[in-house]
Design a protein around this ligand. Sequence first.
Ligand code: ADP
Length: 277
Amino acid sequence: MPNAFAQFQPVVIKVGGSAGINYDLVCDDVAALVRDGQPVVLIHGGSDETNRISTALGKPPRTLVSAQGYTSRYTDAETLDIFAMVYAGKMNTRIVERLQKRGIDAVGLSGLDGRLLEGPRKTSVRAVENGRQILVRDDFTGKVERVNAGLLRLLIGAGYTPVVSPPACSNDGEAINVDGDRAAAAIAAALGARQLIILSNVPGLLRNFPDEASLIPAVRYSELEQALSFAEGRMKKKVLGASEAIAGGVEQVVFADARLEGPVRAAMAGRGTVISK
Ligand code: ADP
């Protein structure tokens, strides 16, 4: 691969893990971009598959809801094993395989590899269950505060396409579950990326979810607080991630649909919800 490759700013793409996402279409686009000399860092989710497999293993998923209404997966040690099997195992391997089939030399990494995604584990998590506050202590979740951007640059500079997945690495070196959208925001900011594309199974941020005709085409950074009021459940974390990315210097975040033909190119051209300063 030419060295000039390293001089381009990577585009950071997060593809979710909810039902309906078409990974073949996403990988078609990623491969085309990389072939055109545009480096890509791809981050992926795996929530739907993790729910399916954990239920099949007799450990159905449990969701924690914070007082502010943010939801997260309750991740005890056993759930973390299932989480890692699905995210860093099955999902990551199959995405790397898709890219290899398309002639792209992808390298799969979890946040533990090279301490790629690092941050504190929450010692305890406050949640609301049946209207009552509970304190959960055996939860392996946390927040990404540092990104090993040097490792990503090393790979990109050598012509590889990094495919990144949670878990992350706690400050003490433990595997922790972190939100993929916020991890992608941290990666985009750390790499000085101009654009962060967040693909999911919806056309973008909807004013009246699930009415797809109510798509909000553009949101200013200053309006994000208000945009948060439209977001329910897991969409709230995406809005939070977008806000962190813009605060970290990313020019544009696009929420877009991963079920369409050409999903990345459509998002890069502004189809979806475009968030900017
Ligand atoms: P992924 O796993 O693909 O990252 P999530 O499931 O975490 O995606 O978040 C996307 C989901 O957020 C949608 O499938 C939808 O159910 C939900 N959602 C809640 N409120 C909204 C909204 N206002 N606009 C769009 N999606 C929303």
